[in-house]
Design a protein around this ligand. Sequence first.
Ligand code: NAD
Ligand code: TYD
Length: 338
Amino acid sequence: MTIVVTGGAGFIGANFIYYMRSAHPDYRIVCIDKLTYAGNLSTLAPIMDDPDFRFIKADICDRDAIETVFQEEKPDILVNFAAESHVDRSIADPQVFLQTNVLGTQVLMDACRKYGIKRYHQVSTDEVYGDLPLDRPDLFFTEETPIHASSPYSASKAAADLLVIAYHRTYGLPVSISRCSNNYGPYQFPEKLIPLMIANALSDKQLPVYGQGINVRDWLYVEDHCKAIDLILHNGSAGSIYNIGGHNEMRNIDIVKLICHALNKPESLICYVKDRKGHDLRYAIDPAKIHEELGWLPDTKFADGIQKTIAWYLENREWWEEIVSGEYQKYYEKMYGA
Ligand code: NAD
Ligand code: TYD
């Protein structure tokens, strides 16, 4: 079995590669990644010399490069993680989000049609459903919730999902889609809430909370997401969408305070900054379908997952300090100013 993993030098893609390497040691894994600012080859260093692993630096929008991979590797499965993934960047500059997230998806699926594939899996997000009100804790996103994206990022992911469903209906491409809630864990780029707050707190820098910090996200440990995708690839039905989430809703401010306490840092580091434009209020997944059809349940409780994550960032300072000191610093200064 040969699996192509796009975006495997990023946060979830890399965790997925390591998960699959240990769950299916006999599979060949081919990683395609453009190595944008968010891709980090050092994350994959431990696996680079593995004869059943191949890394290819390529853009998923590059039709010739993608077709060459199909000709050489004849993959059975393709899992598409490659994307521009940060909402704030999509608000500042949407163009590349449409390019990679929509047109890149089309290029990958065209190659699947041309050369054949057993399964094309699109890694999507709960953000395609828009948001839920803060005063209706009884409401959850199901697979039937209408698409109602808020940001250029979520709109580009929603557009890609529609294209994936259209390729299934029109061409019979054997696709599946997973829509997961917010992930956290090792190797997450420190522009996203949890690693940003850990890195800043460790450097005694201010902790910028948007608005009042009362927006709610549904957090899932990244390994549980990887496990869910593995189940969908092997047991999920073609043409299906699966929501993935662990019923772990938290307000942003409570997460930031928890990180302060865990690192023994004062809450006075917290500073409230201008709210994100169009800021989604609450995300909350109903994971009943994947639980009932595929038996998936998350293994890691938030209390354990966040401790493991904090420990990882403490033990792997080099990994994130290199990022924070490089090109990313220019983005940080533009975004948060002085
Ligand atoms: P990430 O930003 O950490 O990684 C994205 C990776 O894709 C990087 O390695 C980058 O170099 C690569 N990439 C970007 N553009 C590319 C291109 N044109 N061609 C090839 N490679 C390219 O993102 P992530 O957090 O790991 O998210 C992975 C996927 O999961 C995304 O599709 C995202 O929408 C989805 N998702 C993320 C979350 C989350 O909480 N992080 C939750 C649900 C779904
Ligand atoms: P983020 O990690 O960007 O994920 P998403 O917006 O895709 O859910 O942000 C998670 C939440 O944290 C979101 O409500 C915005 C908020 N946030 C802050 O308050 N401060 C920050 O510096 C960042 C990056 C996010």
